[in-house]
Ligand binder design. Sequence first.
Ligand code: GNR
Ligand code: NI
Length: 168
Amino acid sequence: MAILKILEFPDPRLRNVAKPVTTVDETIKRLVADMFDTMKDAQGIGLAASQVDVHQRVIVMNLGDEDIGPRVFINPEIEVLDDSIDPYEEGCLSVPGFYEKVDRPAHVMIRALDAEGNAFEEEAQGLLAVCIQHEIDHLEGKLFVDYLSPFKRQRIRKKLEKIHRQNA
Ligand code: GNR
Ligand code: NI
């Protein structure tokens, strides 16, 4: 078990496109365990492997909802089920301290492999739908700040760069 370092915007490594997992082997299972440790330590509700500089299509999630619990999504795909849009105030462990409203499809079907490599599908709405889309964006090298105006994105970038300089 290990707590991994979470990359922060504007680190260019967050822009890598993750590759599909070919087999859910011991290496992937160890990665999943380390990602759960890292997510819990950082008090996040979701984490994509891209955020810990592993560019494979692996997501962990724990929405803190007893009905849903800790979840693993490997090679996830989503299908948008209708035209409804849900605005949600999003945050990101790779953009610490900033929260902004993002509009996303409200109802999606998720198809993925679970932690044992078994295929499953699940209809999602609410926070699960928001979070899975946010995490799949990470696997594509995309961040929630990309949905904001260039002005807002630049302001966030400058503030984080300043903090990173101070920490260096
Ligand atoms: O912890 C997180 N909270 C959150 C809140 C609203 C929308 C998305 C998220 S995901 C985020 C953790 C994270 O950065 N995952 O990539
Ligand atoms: Ni994020």
